[in-house]
Design a protein. Sequence first.
Length: 447
Amino acid sequence: MNAATSAARLRILPRTLAVRLGLILLAGLLLAQALSVALLFHERRVTTSAMMLTNLEEDAAVSVALLERLSPSERAQWLPRLQRRTYRYLLRSAQPGRPLDNERARRVTALIGDALGRRYALRPRAVSASPERYEVELTLADGQPLTMEVTPAPLPLAQWLPWMLLAQATLLLGCAWLAVRLATRPLARLADAAERLDLGGTRSVPVPHAPREVAAAARALNALQARIAAHVAERTRILAAISHDLQTPITRMRLRLEALDASDAQARLLEDVTRLGQLVKEGVDYARSGSATNSPMLRVDLQAFLASVAGDYQDGGRAVHTGERLDARVRTRPQVLRRIVQNLVDNALLYGGGSASLHLRQARDGAIRIDVEDRGPGIPEDALEDVLQPFHRLETSRGRTTGGTGLGLAIAQQLAGTLGATLALTNRSGGGLRATLILLPRDDSEV
């Protein structure tokens, strides 16, 4: 089997574990149900055949002997009394037909001959195939023809049996659904907890009351989170120590440069030293942003929150305004959210023409969107994902003269991850960039 065939077969399979388990359980249960029903009907067919042969063997001799002793005028009155569900007696010759073509018909004929002691010449004929019907003709002692019409038929089904089978199938479906739910619900909760993995290590993944394997996976995830948190904390400490150690020589260099005579060279060197200090500061901020989960979770009125952010910029003479009002509240970390929005606004002011607008929108799935828009040159479509990477800068539109370090959007994206949010960039129609922060609703029980 080649790789293409394997891939095609995998695409046919359902994508979710719940559907796969449900189909497997349902198929197995329905197959077992079908096998049980097949065995039931086979047993009924065998029982029906045995009952018919036994009754026919016992009844044929008595019925024929009775008809022999009755007068021709009395025989017609007794025929209804001798009739059974699968055979009856007729005072006529057998209808035209063909020789018997199945083993059961020949066995019934032989049984009738044995019951009558081989005293009569039997003339069997198959007169109908659907429904199956054959007639066995003999001649009584006074010369009157007598025909036994045999119509094999299974035992009639009780009216409640189909409803019982339907109820059983419904019960099987319910059991399959419950089994799949019990098996996959802990996995879904574990996956949801893994998506909200706290790099700071302040919130562990709860070990669910679930099967042993799921609980073991939760404990392993907690151990992994602890190792990641230790690694992040160590990286932050190293960068903080480097930043602290660099502050003194950077300050000393600035003082020495300021003591020199004013010149173009001195100005360029001062600019480089300033940029170096900013790069060190933002590098530490980026390292710390991965574990920015120490602030408390609060329910925030987002409209008032954005108005407060815009007001701070307006007090400084910056052109930042909010759009239409929307009553939206979400449980989040306000300090982290403010840092994200401020980074996006700073990016818009720096590269988007000196103005920015904040808009609050609610999606159909309940998610809250915060859009930070500008009317700058935008970003090439093939670079929208790249600019979210640390230290990535667009040289054609964001040169070093602007003072950018390429960390503002990267910090915003990493902080968004700590909130369980998503940051996306799109170009606006008519020019400009839109940075969208998507906040998913949280339950009050989440911490």
